[in-house]
Design a protein around this ligand. Structure first.
Ligand code: GTP
Ligand code: MG
Length: 199
């Protein structure tokens, strides 16, 4: 899929003020600092579209971007980073849960996981929350440029095994690097397929 236009629409902490258009929506979620905002910029080829930082807790609001005028990408605050204050964490958690519980336009959620790490309780619990609420999701393993290829394959194999202890099947998953653009075509093709299945 070619991205012709990618435009920021609105940021807010109130689900009721999110865009009212009934367009399909794809959300990016995961631990703070996992690379959600960077991935949005990489996918859209727009460097400064979503705000990024090496300091966790950069994205603090629900951010809507409209793509090709027909679907939304949504950048969300991250969850669970120890260095983010307790108060900020619980505020983000409130925003995130409200968004996932109420946003009817949401057709697919991408849960981002740092490819360098072993399965973390907080991510497994978040995916469990999505499952319990019948919210479909896919996984994107991020920052693969930071690892040797063999290590990426090894870590993902271990992650899949970890997931299969909780889930009957593994959800669709992708590998990505916002530095060398790995995964760009695969993720955009996937979104295109979901969009056309909705028609
Ligand atoms: P919050 O908004 O704080 O929840 O973080 P986020 O998940 O949006 O992460 P963000 O995109 O701001 O990136 C966090 C840090 O990781 C930044 O310093 C990025 O440059 C870096 N980063 C993100 N993706 C990649 C990647 O694929 N490879 C490498 N090497 N660094 C990355
Ligand atoms: Mg962010």
């Amino acid at each position: 899929m070619k991205i012709n236009t990618a435009t920021f629409v609105i940021s807010n902490s109130d689900i009721n003020k999110c865009p009212s258009e009934k367009l399909p929506e794809y959300a990016f979620i995961g631990r703070s600092n996992v690379g959600k905002s960077s991935l949005i910029n990489m996918l859209t080829d727009h460097k400064g579209l979503a705000k990024i930082s090496n300091k966790p807790g950069k994205t603090q609001l629900i951010n809507h971007f409209i793509i090709n005028k027909v679907w939304f990408l949504v950048d969300l605050p991250g969850y669970g980073y120890a260095k983010v204050s307790k108060k900020a964490r619980s505020k983000f958690q409130g925003i995130i849960h409200d968004y996932f519980n109420k946003r009817l336009q949401l057709v697919c959620t991408f849960v981002l996981i740092d490819s360098r790490h072993k399965p973390q309780k907080i991510d497994l619990e978040f995916m469990q929350f999505l499952g319990e609420n019948n919210i479909p999701f896919s996984i994107i393993f991020t920052k693969i440029d930071k690892l040797a290829k063999t290590k990426v394959a090894k870590n993902i194999k271990a992650y899949v095994q970890g997931m299969l202890a909780f889930w009957e099947t593994m959800p669709p998953y992708f590998i990505s690097s916002s530095v060398d653009k790995t995964g760009k075509n695969e993720i955009l093709e996937y979104i295109e397929t979901v969009n056309s299945d909705l028609k």
